[in-house]
Design a protein around this ligand. Sequence first.
Ligand code: DMJ
Length: 579
Amino acid sequence: MAGLFRRPTRLLTVVAAIAVLYILIIFIPKPREELYGFQYFRSSFDWSTVPERNPVAKLTQLPRGSPKRLPKFQHDFASDKAPSRERLDVLESRRSEIRLAFVKSWNSYKKYAWMYDELTPVSGEGKDTFGGWAATLVDTLDTLWIMELGDEFRHAAAAAVTLDWSKTKDTSCNFFETTIRHLGGLLSAYDLSKEAALLEKAIELGDMLYTAYDTDNRMPPFYLDFDLAKEGLLVPGTHDPSAAVTSSGLEFTRLAQLTGQDKYYDAIDRVAQALEQTQNSTKLPGMWPTFLNMRNLDFSGQRSFTLGGLADSLYEYLPKMYAMVGGLEPMYEKMYRDAMDAVTKHLLFRPMTPDQDDILFTGTVYVSSQDGPELEAEGQHLGCFVGGMFALGGKIFNIPEHVKYAEKIARGCAWAYKAFPSGIMPETFTLYPCPSLEPCPWDEDQWTATGDKRFPKGFKNVMDPKYILRPEAIESIFFMYRMTGNVEYQEMAWTMFQSIRKATETKLAFSAISDVTLPKGQKTVKKDSMESFWTSETLKYLYLIFSPPDLIDLDKYVLNTEAHPFLRPNAQPGYFTYT
Ligand code: DMJ
């Protein structure tokens, strides 16, 4: 070694060789292949080759047979009187304003954050929050398609098929978020566009995510640690958010349907069966606790139950899974009915309001050994999806009562939007529950004694005043509009959109804000964050509300929890195409 440095020419040769090698590594084009009309880049590791340490003896097959004829969800728009020319103009101009908001967000993502997970909408940079696999891009593919931005779609799809699932700075990924955003995004983009390269990229990712199920009891962990997954050494958690470890059903079922590979369905079916077996041995029979011990599948000790954050999509996926398998798996109907019996008995409440509004919310229940189930009358933005869920469940399982709850819950969220000076509902707050679902008189004394006077009458407290561009309230309004055809929902959505745009717009795009409760004239802080669900969900639902109802017809598609439409088995492939 010492001799090497004494001879300058040899040293120079070594330095030059290292430099050439470096240049080769950096600049040699990646091994791309021409695939289905795209320059496709295959991930550097093929996860389907990982040997399973805990293989299953016999795979559960996708339910076979002709899909059942389920009751129609969408209102019969064809039998309505055709909207007037003026009304059509209004709808078209609203659609184009929503599209403008989308294009602004997308263009800034392209300019400042291309291939990053998210744009920072105030400072104009890119940041990685979900593995660095271009979350916004993948999550937004189907919205580009739906909004008829064909060139942009093609450009984004070409980038998506170069993603390398083995190239990330992280040692693990969030199993749930990667499933609903990335896998869901690719599958729906494929279902809409039929671009086979997107399905290929989804399969690569599906094979990586599938390794999460290679645990002793075939239950997935919260984080997919890549090294442990390769060794088959993953272990399910003992205190995981229930939604995160149980709601991959739609994505894996669609993957199984599209590839004909039962293994993907088998994986999620085992989780569903675990849910079915434990449903009635919890402290609130019918519901599963907010956190689950997936290692021993003993859910009997936990005391908290909610339909809001941490648990939401577990319940959302019950009726959606039933539709996704064409009604051929009865366990989802049974689980939905039993869960909703508990919800309507213990979680659903009517708030006391000065105008005795006919609205409902679902709260959180704590079960104590002495007093049994106790309701905390908490409202959550995340809980607003419940309106859409009751609408879908009520229709496909023919439960008229649920359809009524759906309407009152959707209206409750719209009421909470309207109540605040910004026209937007906070992330979490508490209300005063009426003794039953019937109207109860406004109690001014109670409000004076216990309510926080900074907030509108009816709100006891606001624990978290932010709004982070979430979709759930608009999602339920969308379901209600498609189910009833009632234009009142279009008006509600339009009011909500205008408030959101006013409060969150930045020079570049739209940003989460820190306080929706501030009095008019007082400016809230922009948090410089725009999660991918803004373009994947919120703007998509808004756009669809003002679009012809056969655009993503809910009798043909199921939307996953990130608003990605998957074709239902009863729908004809290629049903919806642009010409
Ligand atoms: C989305 O990622 C999904 O809707 C998820 O189910 C809940 N949270 C966000 C939107 O708020």
